[in-house]
Design a protein around this ligand. Structure first.
Ligand code: SAM
Length: 342
């Protein structure tokens, strides 16, 4: 896709044209990824963060947030719960702390791989030096999710005081070079984001050919400087998902939790506009509510049995099925062929 075409599509409002765009993305998703909806269990293992991202409730200036850090045992127990639910993919996520010992995660990854060798591990712990990324990769981590949020230097700078877009870009390149299945993503609804910027962002995602891309929707948090900004526009978020699908073909795209956390749960709309992944939350309950990147997180109090029943019927209602397998990158030819056979 070319820049002007993406902008034109991002601007459409007419419902026939919108349905045509979502339908095209859905057909592309079916052709390249099959009909499975992959599950990735997420464990938010620490809410400590040294960054001051203007939109995020975890930012270090939020003194009202009670912070926590799970122990190795607690993380392992949560991953065992994922395994008991039959799911073979975990995302270990945290705020970004500088200068902490990477050993906690190294030991945890090693233990998960020893005890649950079939579990695919995705890390999402922010920007690190290459030697730390290598240490975790060598311990057995398979994937890394580091969302760029936006590639626009001025906008990135305004929203991320003290951070450097170039370093984030460098990290994504390092992760790819080291051998991780590489994930990125955007945050739709940030003040100052335009269709032109989103179009450039999509082209960046395409050029990097990411294995997975999360398109989030901004939800204001009361303890941030963006507390008065309305949440991101659902339609623009869905259009961005659809266009990302058309540009990246066989990347994994989650229907992000934020899309399920506004007035209604719109994740099914994302699944019909090109998304093929859902990330159920397995953070232990006393802590889950404390990982408050934005308020009203869909999963904050979810009960497991009813959640799964709901997921199965949701998948069935749109002619899809729940796939609890590892859901490896489809950029790898073998995985791609097996998805085609489904
Ligand atoms: N520290 C890691 C990093 O920097 O990639 C991962 C943790 S960070 C809290 C995870 C994601 O939360 C971010 O990539 C961002 O897109 C999302 N997020 C943060 N604040 C948000 C908000 N107010 N609304 C929606 N998504 C938000």
């Amino acid at each position: 896709m070319i820049y002007n075409e993406i902008i034109e599509q991002l601007k459409i409002q007419n419902s026939d044209e919108l349905n045509a765009l979502f339908g095209k993305a859905d057909a592309e998703r079916s052709r390249h990824c099959g009909n499975g909806i992959f599950l990735r269990g997420i464990v938010e293992f620490s809410s400590f963060c040294d960054n001051t991202c203007a939109y995020c409730g975890l930012n270090k200036n939020n003194k009202t947030l009670k912070r926590y850090r799970l122990t190795e045992e607690q993380i392992l127990d949560a991953v065992k719960n994922i395994n008991t639910a039959g799911i073979n993919s975990v995302v270990l996520q945290s705020g970004e702390e500088h200068g902490t010992d990477p050993g906690l995660l190294t030991r945890t990854i090693t233990r998960i791989k020893n005890e649950l060798p079939d579990m695919a591990i995705t890390l999402s712990a922010g920007e690190k030096e290459d030697d730390v990324y290598k240490e975790w990769f060598e311990a057995g981590a398979d994937r890394y999710l580091l969302k760029i949020e936006t590639t626009d230097e001025a906008l990135y700078g305004r929203l991320h005081p003290g951070m450097d877009l170039k370093n984030r870009l460098r990290c994504s390149e390092s992760l790819k070079r080291i051998g991780y299945q590489n994930g990125s993503g955007l945050l739709i609804g940030l003040p100052g984001l335009t269709e032109e910027i989103i179009a450039r962002d999509i082209l960046y995602l395409q050029q990097m050919d990411f294995d997975m891309v999360g398109i989030g929707l901004f939800i204001p948090h009361r303890a941030t400087e963006l507390s008065d900004i309305p949440h991101g526009n659902l339609q623009l978020t869905l259009k961005t998902i659809a266009l990302t699908r058309l540009a990246l073909k066989n990347s994994h795209l989650p229907a992000t939790t934020a899309i399920g956390s506004i007035e209604e749960d719109y994740r099914v709309d994302a699944l019909r506009a090109g998304a093929n992944v859902i990330m159920p939350n397995f953070t232990p309950l006393p802590y889950r509510e404390l990982y408050e990147i934005y308020p009203g997180k869909k999963c904050a109090k979810e009960d497991w049995n009813s959640y799964f029943a709901g997921l199965n019927s949701l998948a069935g209602s749109i002619g899809r099925y729940i796939d609890k397998g590892r859901g490896d990158s489809l950029k790898n030819r073998e995985q791609y062929d097996s998805a085609q056979r489904n």
